[in-house]
Ligand binder design. Structure first.
Ligand code: BDR
Ligand code: CA
Length: 319
């Protein structure tokens, strides 16, 4: 069983991903780390506390993380996607749970050093906490078992801008650092999450299952679904963060290929774009390929058995 840290910025779909992970015996969640992203860090942390309270899992520690990118300021997130409270404007109180005193980056370092080669990280928001942990303790890159992150777009357009996906755009400098480190990494980006759609019919069936956590996630989901209806003209939602959990449960659901990746960090219209190098022209004289040379290969999910992912998600959320 994988020991899992979920690094997250809840976020309506982060909430569902957490519910999915909690319902999956294959995963042993050893902690949740929060990060700014969809909304500010105070609110994402409150939301994580609330979600764990509703799940009746006070035993899982929550470590509060970064409030802003490694360079620059938090730009306000995407309340138009997730609601001003990040939970579809349901405005529920955080509840009785409290974060631990250890900050997220130190919690990650502590767990990885305590359990070498055993800790997996599901990164569902900007990669800031991971970049900070790496900066403080570079040794962790040799001791993490696997990092699977939701973010990026290899061979398709972005969702936050035509070029970039939202988690990468929230902190491109952190993403470029994390994607350049020497740890096993898998990218679950828009190449597959935009192929995986949770339809309104499936959501309606999931809503029939009653539990405090499911009731809340489904209530929050209405706002999220309205956003997709207005913006993408789809009667349902794409499955972003839960796709990482599906990958951890059953890797055979995804087809991957390996490429080194650079993230655009310049303040230009492509800021936050993940650029895989196909390497066709990579001979010594190809100076233009220098930025990708000696970068680690990252598994990029390029295709998905989408119906099976949806089936797995529905099964777990309603059990
Ligand atoms: C990602 O951005 C956030 O809005 C979602 O929670 C997800 O992690 C999708 O681009
Ligand atoms: Ca997220």
């Amino acid at each position: 069983m994988d020991k899992l840290i979920i690094d997250t910025d809840p976020g309506v779909d982060d909430g569902m991903a957490l519910q999915f992970a909690l319902a999956s015996e294959e995963l042993h969640i050893v902690g949740i780390t929060t990060v700014f992203g969809n909304v500010d860090i105070q609110q994402t942390t409150k939301n994580a506390l609330r979600l764990l309270h509703l799940a009746n899992r006070p035993d899982i520690p929550i470590a509060k993380g970064a409030s802003k990118p490694v360079q620059g300021e938090f730009l306000g997130g995407v309340p138009f996607v997730h609601g001003d409270d990040g939970q579809g404007n349901t405005w529920k109180p955080a509840g009785p749970l409290k974060p631990i005193n250890t900050p997220a980056d130190e919690f990650i370092i502590e767990q990885v050093l305590r359990y070498p080669d055993q800790i997996c990280i599901a990164a569902l928001g900007p990669l800031t906490n991971l970049a900070m942990a790496l900066e403080k303790e570079p040794k962790i890159q040799d001791r993490v078992k696997e990092i699977v992150f939701m973010g990026g777009n290899a061979f398709c357009s972005g969702n936050a801008t035509p070029a970039a996906e939202a988690n990468m755009l929230s902190d491109p400098e952190a993403a470029d650092k994390v994607l350049g480190a020497n740890w096993p990494m898998t990218m679950v980006g828009l190449d597959v999450t935009h192929k995986t759609m949770l339809s309104r019919d499936t959501l309606n069936r999931i809503s029939l299952f009653r539990s405090p956590l499911n009731d809340h996630v489904m209530e929050a989901y209405q706002f999220y679904q309205d956003f997709f209806m207005k913006t993408n003209k789809i009667d349902g939602t794409f499955v972003h963060d839960s796709s990482v959990i599906a990958y951890f449960i059953d890797r055979s659901l995804y087809k991957t290929l390996e490429y080194p990746i650079r993230v655009e960090t310049q303040h230009c219209i492509s800021r936050g774009k993940t650029w895989p190098s196909l390497g066709e022209a990579d001979h010594e004289g190809a100076k233009a390929l220098e930025p990708w040379r000696n970068r680690p290969k990252i598994k990029i999910c390029l295709d998905v058995k989408d119906q099976e992912v949806i089936q797995l998600l529905e099964e777990r959320l309603t059990q």
